[in-house]
Write a protein that binds this ligand. Structure first.
Ligand SMILES: Nc1ncnc2c1ncn2[C@@H]1O[C@H](COP(=O)(O)OP(=O)(O)OP(=O)(O)O)[C@@H](O)[C@H]1O
Ligand SMILES: CC(=O)N[C@H]1[C@@H]2OC[C@@H](O2)[C@@H](O)[C@@H]1O[C@H](C)C(=O)O
Length: 379
């Protein structure tokens, strides 16, 4: 009798540093017959100087941006390499056991379809350096090919959300509350998965909290919960045309930046208790996300929340108020803790690239067709 040796594990690392600019989340994901299992999670905050530089590079200004962007990419890559080292130490795996790292990079500009009709999306990253520092193949630049094919290049996670959170026969949705909020609509009836960015989430909440409280974020939304949303300010914020724009659509800090907010504050808002503005910003995220769900997928009865905003009790209570009849779950209830979802999605995207399989969903991004996303830097 012959026995077949067990297949080598199909392990990938996913690294995400998103628009909230809080740092890097990484996972080791193993893909097997039963789907994906996260074997380890590790995170690292950005050193303050690197965070400040990455944030500054989001806004066109300053001197010698090319030089600064290149050095910031190197700095980011060193944080990525630290997270990879932590992950290997935690799992006891060596570099050779990882097929590839999916490294998102740091988005500093996102203007698909703009200017010349193609536009661009730019993630600072140095995948060659990461391959050099880790000895592992690196998959990177996942968004550009979709943009070149006429798509938004974002969001890319809906296909992954569908794989892990979708359920045949139940209309579900997944909401990522990162710096930006994005929604994946998972109809469960064989019709296509859709998805889009609904608007700002923690990017503006964090900014206002840092400005007035000196804290990088409002833990559990406790400060916002002490305030009262300002109705007229909320109306001014909701009048932003992006919210009513048809899908496909994506956005970022290019639009929802601190000046966007400052330009919409009147004298009374500036004189008000800053907690009331924080409450208004929380209400803005809750209202715009709930409205997006009601408009595009009114049959949805279960919303699965992920991203750091899933730890914001105040935000979740506001969301629940705007979505009566919809069960709101943490992604942890569905097997994947909120801070691991995007990193796991980039492990999945790296695997798609290695396997020559598409990563985008044209019904989401508006691309002309399915495309294999990213470029591979060998180990
Ligand atoms: N305990 C908490 N209470 C409230 N908010 C929290 C908590 N923990 C994290 N957050 C928020 O979550 C943010 C980080 O979320 P996350 O890492 O999902 O965003 P990101 O991946 O950077 O953004 P994006 O998904 O837009 O790319 C923090 O900046 C903070 O605002
Ligand atoms: C250009 C870019 O970095 N977009 C991010 C951002 O952060 C949330 C939202 O905006 C989403 O569209 C996307 O990230 C996730 C990972 C995505 O592509 O699905």
């Amino acid at each position: 009798m012959t026995t077949t040796p067990p297949a080598a594990p199909d392990c990938y690392i996913g690294l995400m540093s998103g628009t909230s600019l809080d740092g890097v989340d990484g996972v080791v994901a193993e893909f097997g017959a039963d789907g994906l299992a996260v074997c380890a999670h590790a995170g690292a905050a950005f050193p303050p100087a690197l965070r400040a530089e990455l944030l500054a590079l989001n806004t066109p200004a300053g001197v010698d941006e090319l030089h600064r962007a290149s050095l910031a990419a190197n700095g980011l890559t060193r944080v990525y390499a630290d997270v990879v080292a932590q992950l290997l130490a935690r799992t006891g795996l060596d570099a050779a056991a990882i097929r590839a790292i999916g490294a998102h990079g740091q988005t500093v500009r996102h203007r698909p379809g703009a200017f010349d009709g193609t536009g661009y999306t730019m993630q600072l990253n140095n995948p060659a350096l990461l391959a050099e520092l880790t000895g592992i193949a690196v998959a990177a630049d996942f968004r550009s090919r979709d943009v070149a094919a006429g798509g938004q290049g974002a969001p890319l996670v809906p296909a992954f959300h569908a794989a892990v959170f979708g359920r045949a026969g139940e209309a579900r949705a997944a909401l990522n509350l990162g710096g930006i909020a994005n929604l994946s609509l998972l109809p469960g009836d064989g019709t296509p998965v859709r998805g889009f960015d609904c608007g700002p989430a923690n990017a503006l909440l964090d900014h206002w909290c840092q400005l007035h409280r000196g804290h990088p974020f409002d833990a559990d939304g406790a400060w916002a919960a002490t305030g009262t949303a300002r109705a007229s300010l909320l109306q001014r914020l909701l009048a932003e045309p992006y919210f009513a724009q048809p899908i496909p659509k994506s956005t970022g800090r290019d639009l929802f930046h601190p000046d966007w907010l400052a330009q919409r504050l009147d004298d009374a808002d500036r004189a008000a208790d800053p907690a009331d503005v924080q409450a208004t910003l929380a209400e803005l995220t809750a209202r715009s996300s709930a409205e997006a769900l009601r408009t595009h997928a009114p049959a949805t009865r279960r919303l699965i929340v992920c991203g750091g905003g899933a730890f914001n009790g105040d935000l979740l209570r506001r969301l629940a108020r705007h979505l009566p009849g919809v069960a709101i779950d943490s992604s942890a209830d569905h097997g994947l803790p909120p801070q691991q979802v995007e990193a796991a999605a980039f492990a999945w995207l790296a695997r798609q690239l290695v396997n020559g399989a598409p990563g985008n969903l044209p019904a989401v991004t508006g691309a002309h067709g399915l495309r294999v996303l990213g470029a591979l830097y060998p180990a």
